[in-house]
Design a protein around this ligand. Structure first.
Ligand code: BEZ
Length: 253
C-alpha cells in the first residue's frame, strides 16, 4: 500500500490535478447532477466540478488525502472509501476519476462498484495510466535493483496499466457501452533537479518500501544517472506518461 503525504502531494505534484482539468470538459457536469469523484486525492478537481452546480462526493482510500481535502474545502463532501468495495446503489449521474484507477486492483471489482453506483443512463468518465506508462522509470528502477542484487526483495508493481483493448473489454464485461476510448502519450514534466526523486518518493514508495531509507536514496540516485541523458533538460525531468481515457454509458433498461 502506498503511504500518501497529502501536503507534499499538493506542494510538488499539483500537475496531477492541472492535467486532469480537461477531463472535466469531457465530463460536462450539469447543475443538479450527483457526481462521484473516485480517487479524489486532496479534492482539487472535486471542487472544480462543483462550480458547474453539480453535487459532488469525493472519495479516496487515503485518510490523509481526505483529511487534507476536508481542510481545503470544508463545504464539500468527502469520505474515505475502498474502491473495491463501493456500497452505492444507483444514486450517481456520473462517476469521474482522474489519475487514480491504475492504483485500484482488481479492476473488475472496481468497475462492478462503479456500475452499481450509477443510475441507468449514467456515465463513467476516467483517465489513468495505460499500457507502457512510465516504462522508462520502471525499467530503470528494476535495472538498478538487479545490479545491486536486491531483486529478490522487490515487490510486484502496485499499478495496473492496461491496454485499451483490455480495459474496454473489462468495461463491457461490467455492462458498459464504451462510447469513447483513447490511448495516448503524454510526456509529463517533473519540475526541478529533484523532480524525478520526488516523484519516485511520492508514487513509487511501495515499490521501494522493502529497502532501508539509505538504500532507497542510493537506488534513486542511480536511476537518475541512468535516465538523465534522455529525460532531463532545462532544469527538469520528463516522465513517459501514457494515458487511457474512457467514457462508458450504463444504458437505460
Ligand atoms: C500516473 O498518473 O500515471 C501515475 C502516477 C503514479 C504512479 C504511477 C503512475
Amino acid at each position: 500500500m502506498n503511504h500518501w503525504d497529502a501536503a507534499l502531494y499538493d506542494r510538488k505534484h499539483s500537475f496531477v490535478a492541472e492535467l486532469g482539468e480537461t477531463l472535466i470538459t469531457l465530463l460536462a457536469p450539469q447543475r443538479g447532477e450527483q457526481i462521484l469523484d473516485l480517487g479524489c486525492g486532496t479534492g482539487t478537481l472535486t471542487n472544480q466540478i462543483t462550480r458547474s452546480g453539480a453535487e459532488v462526493t469525493g472519495i479516496d482510500s487515503s485518510a490523509d488525502m481526505i483529511e487534507q481535502a476536508k481542510k481545503k474545502y470544508p463545504q464539500l463532501h468527502f469520505e474515505v472509501a475502498d474502491a473495491r468495495k463501493l456500497g452505492y446503489a444507483g444514486q450517481f449521474h456520473a462517476v469521474f476519476s482522474n489519475a487514480a484507477l491504475h492504483w485500484m486492483k482488481p479492476p473488475e471489482a472496481v468497475l462492478h462498484g462503479i456500475w452499481n453506483a450509477l443510475r441507468p443512463g449514467g456515465r463513467l468518465i476516467a483517465e489513468f495510466g495505460g499500457k507502457g506508462n512510465v516504462a522508462a522509470v520502471i525499467q530503470a528502477i528494476f535495472m538498478v535493483v538487479r545490479e545491486l542484487e536486491l531483486d529478490d526483495q522487490l515487490c510486484s508493481l502496485p499499478w495496473f496499466f492496461p491496454s485499451i483493448g483490455e480495459y474496454t473489454s473489462l468495461m463491457e464485461q461490467a455492462g458498459f457501452q464504451v462510447k469513447y476510448a483513447a490511448h495516448f502519450a503524454r510526456p509529463t514534466r517533473l519540475e526541478g533537479e529533484d523532480g524525478l526523486r520526488s516523484w519516485i518518493c511520492m508514487f513509487g514508495g511501495s515499490l521501494l518500501a522493502p529497502f532501508p531509507a539509505h538504500l532507497q536514496g542510493a537506488i534513486i540516485s542511480k536511476v537518475e544517472s541512468l535516465l538523465k541523458a534522455d529525460c532531463f533538460s532545462d532544469g527538469g525531468w520528463t516522465a513517459d506518461y501514457q494515458r487511457i481515457r474512457v467514457v462508458g454509458l450504463k444504458p437505460c433498461e
